[in-house]
Design a protein around this ligand. Structure first.
Ligand code: VNL
Ligand code: MN
Length: 345
């Protein structure tokens, strides 16, 4: 029997954001993100080729090649979001303006194709109060499904109380925040700038893993116990570290080096996080994640266009699991966590 397939970390963009990122790529920013941004958006000479692939065409397309491939491969839905680094390299006003524009365009697309596309809303984290307002609009007026943030904003992380209006809004709206990677913050730059380590090979996972640990160690989930955070790439290696995180955090807390929290790292990760397998097609890693976190906490994702659709579909179709596990991975958890209407029987 065919299983409904909702892919949960699928990248998308609009020409207005692409144009602004092209400006960034020629501007003074010292961010590690410039390596990727220049490759994708600065197309002088025709056709961006970052790592040999034209990602920009895939990002700007929804109704053309993307939908055609989804049809051919039996992918029911993409959960779309503005691609990394989102609006977070722009000044706060430009960021807010482009987040609003992209939320408007993306929610229109989802209304046009309610069974094919769902969406995560963008906002400008550097304007936390205005961000919270846009978050409310995105859910209550635009009918979007959750939120996307691309890790740090100008090298600052969500454990910083200045961002807490954002976390408060997400908790009050009962919507998950997906923390997607962008290149690591400035302090990590040195050893990550060689060998292609700045982006998806290593830097992205380290950046978001660090973000998740900062939030747990920083007491964010004592302040917002119902907050749900989603992280991709098989949980950015955090599931594999839970035992040691617990052991060492307890030791650091006893020594007064780490903040006292109400619960353990493993408990926060279990109750406040969900993960996707985006960009990781490894049976053993997925089995470990399911057994460690519980089947309710793991979702299927492709990471299109950065990863091709077909191998990801083949991977999840052939992953050794029960029917009920496959249903949870492929759509059940996504429907619950991102408020996507289940199909009628
Ligand atoms: C890459 C992979 C980039 C996944 C992404 O966002 C991503 C990459 C900018 O391979 O460069 O989500
Ligand atoms: Mn991605």
């Amino acid at each position: 029997m065919k299983v409904r397939k909702i892919a949960t970390e699928e990248a998308w963009s609009i020409p207005e954001v692409a144009a602004e990122l092209k400006k960034v790529s020629n501007g003074p920013s010292q961010s590690l993100d410039k390596l990727l941004v220049r490759g994708i958006y600065d197309q002088e000479g025709g056709g961006a080729r970052y790592a040999g692939v034209n990602f920009l065409d895939g990002l700007l397309d929804a109704e053309g090649m993307r939908l055609k491939q989804m049809d051919e491969l039996g992918i029911d839905m993409h959960l779309l979001a503005l691609t990394a680094p989102g609006v977070q390299m722009f000044d706060a006003d430009t960021a807010m303006e482009l987040a609003i524009l992209s939320n408007d365009i993306l929610s229109d697309l989802c209304r046009k194709y309610p069974l094919r596309f769902a969406s995560l809303a963008s906002f400008a984290p550097h304007s936390p109060k205005r961000a919270a307002k846009e978050m409310e609009r995105a859910i209550n007026e635009l009918g979007m499904n959750g939120f996307m943030i691309n890790s740090h904003t100008y090298d600052e992380y969500l454990d910083d109380p200045k961002f807490w209006p954002i976390l408060e809004a997400a908790e009050a709206l009962d919507r998950c925040i997906y923390i997607h990677p962008r290149a690591a913050s400035y302090g990590f730059k040195g050893p990550l700038q060689d060998y292609g380590m700045d982006s998806a090979m290593w830097g992205y996972g380290m950046e978001v893993g660090t973000h998740a640990v900062r939030m747990m160690a920083g007491g964010v989930f004592d302040a917002f116990p119902k907050l749900k955070i989603c992280i991709g790439h098989m949980g950015e290696a955090v599931p594999f570290w839970l035992w040691r995180l617990n052991f060492m955090n307890t030791r650091s807390q006893k020594a007064g080096r780490s903040r006292k929290t109400k619960r353990s790292m493993a408990e926060y990760f279990q109750d406040n996080f969900v993960i996707t397998n985006s960009g990781v097609e490894d049976n053993l890693a997925l089995r470990y994640a399911i057994d460690k976190l519980g089947i309710d906490n793991v979702m299927w994702a492709i990471d299109y266009p950065y990863q091709p659709m077909k191998p990801s579909v083949d991977f999840i179709d052939n992953f050794p699991c029960t029917d009920s596990e496959r249903h949870a991975l492929c759509h059940g958890n996504a429907e619950r966590i991102f408020h996507i209407a289940p199909l009628a029987d």
